[in-house]
Structures are given as structure tokens and as C-alpha cells.
Design a binder for this molecule. Structure first.
Ligand SMILES: [Zn+2]
Length: 130
């Protein structure tokens, strides 16, 4: 399976996704807006994350159903992963770590994670680095 691979800024964490996403999610919840992440969702089995032991730190909050993972050296948030008790195998990969040309034109869907948990709009194709 061809993979699209990148790393965090310092290179300590390697991230590979199976395909460029058709759309990514910009969420305005209290944590996502601070990270400034753009999330692409995949099944956990489709994503390859490689990091030496101790290279990553994690942050879980609220119901602690998922953990946000970052490089402990450069601080880049690379992905979130489901924690125990979460039924969906889905995970989120922060496409901000990829070169824009690796992702290409992509719809940016606006998720109101702060209040309604609904998608409320989107930005147009071609704004992959918006
Ligand atoms: Zn790093």
C-alpha cells in the first residue's frame, strides 16, 4: 500500500497515511483551536506512526476518550488516538505536518466542536494551506 509519509518538525516522529484525504477538519473546540490542527481521519490500522520510546508526550482531557500526541522535542502535534473505551477505531492525523503538495487541494470542513458538534461550513478547494 503506497503511503504518504512526513515527520514532525525535528524528524523524531514519522507519520504515514494511506492516501491524501478528500477533506480535513478544522475544529473550534478548546483544544483543537489552540493546536491549530487540521485533522484527517483514518482507521488506526491504516496509519503508521514511528517514534523511539519516550519521544512523544500525550495529553488527554475531559472524558479522556482520546489522547493528543506530540513530539516531546519540537512540540508538533502529530495525531490523536482513541483511548480505551472509545468504540470507533478512527484516529486523527494532523495534516499540518505534511508538505502542502503532499496533500494537494483539499476541502477544509469547519466543525463546531465547541458547541454543537456539527459541521457548519467549509473552505474551498485549493486552500490546503489556509
Ligand atoms: Zn519533533
Amino acid at each position: 500500500m503506497p503511503m504518504i509519509r512526513t515527520t514532525c518538525h525535528c524528524g523524531a516522529v514519522s507519520i504515514a497515511i494511506p492516501r491524501a484525504p478528500e477533506a480535513v477538519t478544522n475544529c473550534n473546540c478548546s483544544i483543537c483551536r489552540r493546536y491549530g490542527a487540521l485533522w484527517a481521519y483514518f482507521n488506526s490500522t491504516e496509519v503508521d506512526i514511528q517514534a523511539a520510546p519516550g519521544v512523544t508526550d500525550e495529553y488527554a482531557w475531559g472524558e479522556k476518550s482520546l489522547a493528543f500526541v506530540r513530539c516531546s522535542h519540537c512540540g508538533c502535534v502529530t495525531h490523536w488516538r482513541p483511548l480505551e473505551g472509545r468504540t470507533s477505531p478512527r484516529m486523527g492525523v494532523n495534516v499540518r505536518n505534511f508538505e502542502p503538495e503532499q496533500i494537494g487541494p483539499v476541502r477544509i470542513r469547519l466543525l463546531d466542536g465547541a458547541v454543537t458538534e456539527q459541521y457548519v461550513g467549509e473552505l474551498g478547494v485549493g486552500q490546503s494551506d489556509a
